[in-house]
Design a protein around this ligand. Structure first.
Ligand code: ZN
Length: 273
């Protein structure tokens, strides 16, 4: 299935996700492209958690049965269009995982692959643990820097943060593995457009970022917990933290040396340490 990539060229493989209904088997085609530049902005790169390599399921790849992790299969199933193919770059499929030499070489090109993609789709996982409730909260949080985060000035916000189910759903959404992995740092940092996919919902990066930034501006300054002891606004800062961390790396326009990169990211997890 995998023809070797030419070592001396810029060749890389894309994955064309074939159209289909949600319940249809996932079918993909491998395509070798002579250079990333040639396909610049015409593919999307997938950012996801590999999860346990033992937990696999079958997809069709170039017409043959191919095993991928269940989490990847689910991501592809949710990303698939009904009528149109979708061109992706997916590490586990685009790179021949049985070819160690190729794996080592392709890892050094990840920066180029993620930065030249039209966008990066970050797969947070299926819809569970009330994730839709958590996502709905982002339609209620203030998105203007001028709006205070005070209960008596915003009834909808007060109802939201006093709702235990919503606060629990937010906590669980931001504890999902994607936020705490090592590889996602570069994938999310380099993305021109970052889109989150959670079950059937798609969320733009700004949908997460704008309220988090507004909150940061107000909490601890003009708005804080002392206004009302039953006002659990502090928890929001905790939930927004993974967003703020990624925002920090996305706004870096300098090259950071390894000594500065290790402390903030050393606690992150990856399948193959
Ligand atoms: Zn304020």
């Amino acid at each position: 299935m995998y023809l070797p990539l030419n070592n001396n060229s810029e060749e890389f493989r894309t994955v064309t996700l074939q159209p289909g209904n949600f319940e249809d088997e996932v079918e993909c085609l491998l395509n070798t492209v002579s250079a990333i530049d040639q396909l610049s902005n015409r593919y999307e790169a997938l950012s996801y958690v590999w999860r346990s390599p033992e937990s696999t399921t079958a997809i069709k790849l170039n017409g043959k049965t191919h095993q991928v992790t269940k989490n990847l299969e689910s991501a592809l199933r949710h990303l698939r269009y009904i009528k149109h193919p979708r061109v992706l770059w997916v590490d586990a499929i685009s790179i021949n995982q049985d070819d160690i030499e190729e794996r080592n070489r392709e890892v050094t090109r990840m920066g180029q692959i993620y930065s030249q993609a039209a966008g990066v789709d970050a797969w947070l996982g299926e819809s569970f643990e009330n994730s839709n409730l958590a996502l709905d909260a982002f339609g209620v949080f203030p998105t203007s820097m001028d709006v205070h985060w005070r209960p008596h000035e915003n009834e909808a916000l007060q109802n939201l943060v006093c709702d235990e189910a919503t606060m629990d759903a937010l906590s669980k959404l931001f504890k999902r593995p994607w936020w705490h992995r090592m590889w996602i740092v570069q994938e999310a940092t380099l993305a021109k457009n970052l889109t989150f996919v959670c079950g059937s919902r798609q969320i733009t990066w700004d949908t997460f970022l704008v309220p988090a930034k507004c909150y940061q501006k107000h909490f601890g300054f003009c708005c804080n917990a002392s206004v009302n002891v039953t006002w659990p606004i502090e928890s929001l800062g905790h939930f927004f933290r993974p967003i703020v961390v990624i925002s920090g790396s996305r706004s870096l326009h300098e090259t950071m040396d390894i000594e500065r990169l290790i402390p903030p990211f050393r606690g992150r997890i990856c399948t193959d340490p």
